[in-house]
Design a protein around this ligand. Structure first.
Ligand SMILES: C[S@@+](CC[C@H](N)C(=O)[O-])C[C@H]1O[C@@H](n2cnc3c(N)ncnc32)[C@H](O)[C@@H]1O
Length: 277
């Protein structure tokens, strides 16, 4: 049997294994799965990590629904901008390039050094694809992004709510100023989501904790962004193709779930174009 690869990750960085596990598990479900991601299955089988602990607590399926929504925005962006650039911030072991690349787009994948070291064991760069070490809270990676052509879509999936909110707002403002006209996709958690994730969700099996809640995605418009679209899991059947049983479950139980379900919003913003003075 091949030797497994060890995992050495910081507290928040370890959370990248949750969506990875979710995608692998959904892929193993075959035609009823939410996603087809054989590379995630390979990575889960290769890593020396106790993934079985994530079986309880929703099996990370929520993170896969989030990925499905972000895939839809990324595909829409590529249809309009086939040679544009998608910047994956906090890329973890996400396989969006493998799943939706169109053969002409450009990709920059950013993460903290330990997460990126793990990523580099499984993914390779190419003339259209670059990996970079850095923090969303810094700006040293802006120069790398500028080496690739606009328009830009910045995808920050499952990352911001682990960080300091004031610093997050500061860096979003800086990105909006540095990349006028760019689009930004990121998710936000309400208070009930945080409570549920910590008490009953897969996060109870790791040390990382969600640091702040946001019930109203418009709050981030003060960072110089315009909210274009905001979705929750309950909106997904209208927006993306889901396996029929899940589609029906959400459609039928939707009104009830809307009252009780925790709020986890998937949001798409745009930075205004720069106006000449
Ligand atoms: C829940 S995982 C999400 C991974 C990936 N986006 C996905 O959906 O599969 C959180 C990711 O955020 C990254 N992260 C944490 N702090 C970060 C920071 N300051 N800057 C950039 N990435 C960060 C972690 O290393 C990890 O890869």
């Amino acid at each position: 049997m091949a030797e497994k690869r060890s995992v050495q990750l910081g507290t928040v960085q370890e959370t990248l294994l949750l969506p990875l596990y979710g995608r692998a598990r959904q892929t193993r479900s075959g035609r009823w799965g939410l996603i087809h991601d054989p590379k995630a299955v390979d990575m889960v089988e290769t890593l020396d990590y106790d993934f079985d602990r994530f079986r309880e607590g929703g099996s990370a399926a929520g993170s896969v629904l989030r990925t499905v929504m972000f895939d839809a925005w990324a595909r829409a962006f590529l249809r309009r901008n086939p040679a544009g650039t998608i910047v994956e911030i906090g890329a973890g072991l996400n396989t969006r390039f493998e799943r939706i690349d169109n053969g002409t787009a450009h990709w920059v994948e950013l993460d903290l050094p330990d997460s990126m070291a793990l990523r580099r064991e499984f993914f390779s760069e190419s003339p259209r694809r670059r990996m970079a070490e850095g923090s969303v809270l810094g700006d040293e990676w802006f120069a790398t992004v500028r080496e690739f052509p606009g328009p830009y879509l910045f995808v920050t999936e499952g990352v911001l709510f682990y960080l300091d909110r004031t610093e997050v707002e500061h860096s979003l403002r800086r990105m909006a100023e540095a990349f006028p006209g760019a689009r930004f996709a990121f998710d936000l958690c309400g208070n009930r989501t945080i409570d549920m994730q910590h008490r009953r969700g897969p996060l109870r099996h790791v040390d990382a904790r969600l640091a702040w809640a946001c019930e109203n995605p418009r709050e981030f418009e003060r960072c110089g962004l315009r909210l274009l679209d905001s979705q929750t899991i309950l909106d997904l059947p209208r927006r993306v193709r889901l396996p029929l049983p899940l589609h029906l479950a959400i459609a039928v139980a939707g009104p009830l779930l809307a009252r009780f379900s925790p709020q986890h919003s998937f949001n798409l913003y745009e930075a205004p174009e720069r106006r000449d003075p």
